[in-house]
Design a protein around this ligand. Structure first.
Ligand code: IMP
Ligand code: MG
Length: 182
């Protein structure tokens, strides 16, 4: 995506509205809560992948009914400005021990799958009891590395989107909706 793209009038290019995001977060939270209840797991650690997942995790976490939920954060960079650099850098790792803990990775979007497969490999070495993946958005048409995703908010076409955590050069994360850039 080049710099010639149009970031004006994003409000007219809404792909997923604030209302739809809220409803879906509630549905996902119900499903996750019920899955963990059925597995007799009453303690989970949500790992928010900064910065893109911060709004999604906040909304999701509030609606979970699992008795013990911890919120943790990692920061990973995979995109240099607007294009994928191919190189994944952990800018902030976990500062807790997740050995024998049940964790759920909260992602904003899965595009090529490179970030997530790198992250899964990294976290598996820490020997958690289980790892599940929850992503707000999935762009399966761009997948290069196959990853098994447990919970998906919305599957979208090959569009560049911003808002509700997702950025273009660090901007637009605060929009309450997801909009596509023309
Ligand atoms: P992957 O490693 O290609 O799966 O890239 C995932 C990361 O790329 C996400 O966490 C986002 O930061 C970024 N990304 C991919 N597609 C988009 C998009 O449409 N808008 C904003 N960021 C995106
Ligand atoms: Mg990003």
């Amino acid at each position: 995506m080049g710099l010639d793209k149009d970031f004006k009038n994003l409000g007219e290019n809404i792909l997923i509205s604030a209302g739809e995001l809220e409803v879906r977060a509630e549905e996902l939270a119900k499903q996750i809560s019920s899955d963990y209840k059925n597995s007799c797991i009453d303690e989970v650690i949500l790992i928010c992948i900064l910065k893109g997942s911060v709004l999604f995790m906040s909304d999701l976490a509030k609606k979970l009914t699992i008795p013990n939920v911890e919120l943790e954060f990692m920061r990973i960079s995979s995109y240099e400005n607007n294009t994928t650099s191919g190189e994944i850098i952990i800018k902030q790792d976990l500062d807790i021990d997740i050995k024998n803990k049940h964790i759920i990775i909260i992602e904003d979007i899965i595009d090529t799958g490179k970030t997530l497969s790198y992250l899964l490999n990294h976290l598996n070495h820490k020997e958690p009891a289980s790892i599940k993946l929850c992503t707000l958005l999935d762009k399966p048409s761009r997948r290069i590395i196959d990853v098994k995703v447990d919970y998906i908010g919305f599957t979208i076409e090959d569009l560049f989107v911003v808002g509700y955590g997702l950025d273009y050069m660090q901007k637009y994360r605060n929009l309450p909706y997801v909009a596509h850039v023309l």
